[in-house]
Ligand binder design. Structure first.
Ligand SMILES: CCCCCCCCC/C=C/C(=O)SCCNC(=O)CCNC(=O)[C@H](O)C(C)(C)COP(=O)(O)OP(=O)(O)OC[C@H]1O[C@@H](n2cnc3c(N)ncnc32)[C@H](O)[C@@H]1OP(=O)(O)O
Ligand SMILES: NC(=O)C1=CN([C@@H]2O[C@H](COP(=O)(O)OP(=O)(O)OC[C@H]3O[C@@H](n4cnc5c(N)ncnc54)[C@H](OP(=O)(O)O)[C@@H]3O)[C@@H](O)[C@H]2O)C=CC1
Length: 301
């Protein structure tokens, strides 16, 4: 029997390059939006302590919004709160929460609601996966990825919607998913979960329209963030070859798309999926754990 291929990253390995935008970038990067675009709006962003979530938090604050973030690691949340305060003078709200726990999610939505008097937009960005051939997934590994990406996103959506219904206020949900149209070899667990979120969103965009709740998804392709640490260097060297532009996006690309969906410019967009991937969906497949010989030119037919 062949042993399963496993890449278990050492997230503290000092030999691996630091990836993603710096905090200075997030504080200074130019934006296409006017500075008061999100004045008075409240955004709750899950997974806001790193990567795209942190960039979205920074941008939303810079555009005038009240921002709350959550994640499992309190240090990342505190660091994000402190640097945003230092760079913008504005205090964001943080709460340690795993989105996998529906009671913790209920508490989170309640606290943010009480703190700011309501929530305008929920950004379900928290998530992730590990690269592995599906045939070797352990039960625990499969469940961890489904629970985080599908169940966790659902708990957030349902709890926010209940609040909006009770308050009689409009709501807006932005779900960060992935590029799943052509499947995702070696990421089948996340592909299943993200496809679930996309069709959950399309369904609820209709079912929750009477409550004035809109729901849209953003499907990023290869976006260079701290999250790249989950993948081996050999895979990272190939990721961007899977889009015809042969480049990586950055967290600001996604943050600006989130700001657009949070703004009045998107008021008539509902149940949609925006793909932000340099064209990868039409062209390439990533194979984060390495492409099997079978698919190489000259490999077994
Ligand atoms: C979208 C793009 C797609 C991939 C395609 C390429 C995409 C392009 C670019 C990048 C896309 C990104 O999403 S970058 C963003 C990446 N960021 C993240 O993934 C951050 C969040 N991720 C996580 O927290 C974890 O990976 C996740 C498994 C989802 C949840 O972790 P938990 O802490 O709950 O669980 P753990 O205790 O760590 O693990 C639970 C079990 O999962 C399995 N497991 C965990 N890590 C494992 C590993 N490396 N290899 C095998 N199996 C593993 C084991 O069975 C574990 O049990 P034990 O054996 O008992 O331990
Ligand atoms: N980078 C890319 O190329 C792509 C990324 N994506 C997805 O985009 C999203 C953002 O990724 P990115 O910024 O790159 O990577 P990061 O790893 O930086 O971000 C993921 C965030 O999710 C949080 N998180 C994970 N699990 C939970 C949980 N159970 N409860 C609460 N928070 C959680 C993490 O915080 P903490 O560890 O503190 O809990 C972290 O801040 C993820 O869903 C990712 O899978 C999709 C396609 C491509």
């Amino acid at each position: 029997m062949t042993a399963p291929k496993i890449f278990r990253p050492d997230l503290n390995d000092p030999t691996r390059p630091k990836r993603g935008l710096t905090e200075q970038d997030l504080a200074e990067k130019a934006t296409v939006y006017r500075p008061d675009l999100l004045d008075g709006q409240t955004l709750l962003i899950t997974g806001g302590g790193s990567g795209m979530g942190k960039a979205a938090a920074f941008l939303a604050v810079r555009l005038g919004a009240n921002v709350a973030i959550c994640g499992r690691d309190v240090e990342k949340l505190e660091r994000t709160r402190d640097v945003i305060a230092k760079e913008t003078g504005k205090e964001i709200f943080i709460q340690t929460t795993t989105i996998r726990d529906p009671e913790a999610v209920e508490e989170l939505i309640g606290s943010v609601h009480d703190k700011f008097g309501g929530i305008n937009t929920v950004v379900n960005n928290a998530g992730g996966q590990f690269p592995q051939d599906a045939i070797d997934f352990t039960r625990k590994g499969w469940l961890a990825v489904i629970d985080t990406n599908l169940n966790g996103t659902w708990w957030m959506m349902q709890e926010a919607a209940k609040r909006w219904r009770t308050d009689g206020k409009p709501g807006n949900i932005i779900n960060i998913v992935a590029n799943v149209e052509r499947g995702m070899p070696q990421a089948a667990h996340t592909c299943a979960a993200r496809a679930g979120v996309i069709y959950l969103s399309k369904t609820l965009a209709t079912e929750w329209a009477p409550f004035n709740i809109r729901i849209n998804c953003i499907g990023p392709g290869v976006i260079e963030t701290e999250g790249f640490a989950m993948y081996p260097e050999e895979a990272l060297a190939r990721f961007h070859q899977a889009n015809p532009m042969k480049m990586r996006g950055d967290a600001w690309d996604v943050a600006e798309a989130i700001a657009y969906f949070a703004s009045p410019a998107a008021r008539f967009i509902n149940g949609d999926l925006m793909i932000l991937d340099g064209g990868q969906a039409q062209w390439g497949v990533i194979w984060p754990g390495g492409m099997p010989d079978y698919f190489n030119e000259g490999g077994a037919a």
